[in-house]
Unconditional design. Structure first.
Length: 114
């Protein structure tokens, strides 16, 4: 990567990775983003607590669903929804756009990544 800064945060990078591959292992996400697994886990927890990502345990893996209906958090981009960001950068991915904030057709209960 030329230079040391990027236009997007690690939170958005993790969100994009989860939208593109909902069955991703956090180690793989961490590798793609270029951060530690611990940092990735902390970001996923933030995204889950904020309602931006739902997590469901399937066997020994987690499955993730991004809630595209929520608005971005910063005042500069608050008028835009997560789905718009993902449409632009992640080809839409696996995003819930049901219109119900925090809900999907089959809600995913919050589970630990461990």
């Amino acid at each position: 990567m030329p230079g040391k800064w990027t236009f997007l945060t690690n939170h958005s990078h993790v969100l994009i990775c989860l939208a593109q591959d909902p069955g991703s292992r956090l180690a793989d996400v961490a590798s793609r983003v270029g951060i530690t697994e611990r940092a990735t886990l902390a970001i996923v927890r933030d995204l889950v607590e904020g309602g931006y990502v739902a997590r469901r345990r399937v066997g020994r893996q987690n499955q993730y669903r991004v809630n595209g209906n929520l608005h971005l958090r910063h005042a500069v981009e608050r008028r835009h929804r997560v789905a718009e960001l993902l449409d632009l950068l992640a080809d839409g991915g696996d995003v819930d756009q049901t219109g119900q904030e925090g809900a999907a057709d089959d809600p995913l209960p919050d589970r630990s990544d461990r």
